[in-house]
Ligand binder design. Structure first.
Ligand code: SF4
Length: 252
């Protein structure tokens, strides 16, 4: 199939994203995700079979060009769901975007990557300006419990991007009783501090705004009873991560 005919399973498109990469973004939500994060805000993107819209690259970019002046200091972000599940379409979309001078940002968990299939990601990253990568937990067992998937491929994906000098913004959600654990946060800091391609680190406080969607979809909310992270605890979490960053940087 030629690149112009390939279709992506798209959940939705937001034309005025302000938190999904630098500047104002045209945000494309991909359908499908193999993770089952307990605090996921978009459970309606999980199943590929639930896709309501299939679009070509040109059809996705049409909406961008209709409002192009908005995105002068921003660009296009692919998120989801997990965009890497549709690697061929994503690569075609980013290639077309970069050819038209559009800044590209990939928001991903990286879980679909593995060292054995690394070659298939080489083309995509040529056209990717920034990767926003979520590390849900640095501890393998806790990651599995929190998301239903192991974190080894995610860590490998970080190193793959580092070797190719692709800038990354690492994101981590601090969840009371789950990821608000000193030892894990220090370890996360050590890992993040060791990345030579780190552009930014975003530490996000857990909040319960996602619960409404679960109620609407009739799904039990796995973190029922866990309160929002307080501002004080967010500061403490940041301090622990910084401790890890300093530790690794002073050692190296
Ligand atoms: S990776 Fe993202 S879309 Fe997938 S379950 Fe986790 S939070 Fe939801």
């Amino acid at each position: 199939m030629s690149q112009s005919n390939i279709k992506g399973k798209i959940h939705s498109i937001e034309t005025f994203g302000t938190v999904d990469g630098p500047g104002i973004r045209y945000v494309v939500f991909f359908q499908g995700c193999p993770m089952r994060c307990q605090y996921c805000h978009n459970p309606d993107t999980w199943s590929l079979a639930d896709c309501k819209e299939e679009l070509t690259v040109d059809e996705v970019l049409d909406g961008f060009f209709r409002n192009r002046e908005f995105y002068k200091n921003g660009g296009l972000t692919a998120t989801g769901g997990e965009p890497l599940m549709q690697l061929d379409f994503l690569t075609a979309l980013f290639k077309a975007a970069r050819e038209k001078g559009i800044d590209t940002c990939l928001d991903t968990s990286g879980v679909v990557f593995s060292p054995a299939n690394a070659e298939s990601f080489e083309e995509l990253i040529k056209y990717t300006n920034l990767v926003m990568l979520d590390i849900k937990s640095i501890d393998p067992e806790k990651h599995l419990a929190l998301t239903g998937q192991k974190n080894d491929n995610i860590i490998s994906f970080c190193r793959f991007l580092e070797e190719r000098k692709v800038p990354v913004r690492i994101r981590h959600v601090v969840v009371p009783q789950k990821t608000f654990v000193k030892e894990d946060l220090v370890k996360l800091g050590e890992f993040v501090g060791s990345l030579r391609n780190l552009k930014e680190l975003e530490v996000i406080p857990y909040h319960t705004l996602g619960v409404k969607k679960y109620n609407q979809l009739g799904i039990d909310y796995p973190l029922a009873g866990i309160e929002d992270l307080t501002k004080e605890d967010l500061s403490i979490a940041k301090k622990y991560i910084l401790e890890g960053i300093k530790k690794i940087r002073s050692a190296g």
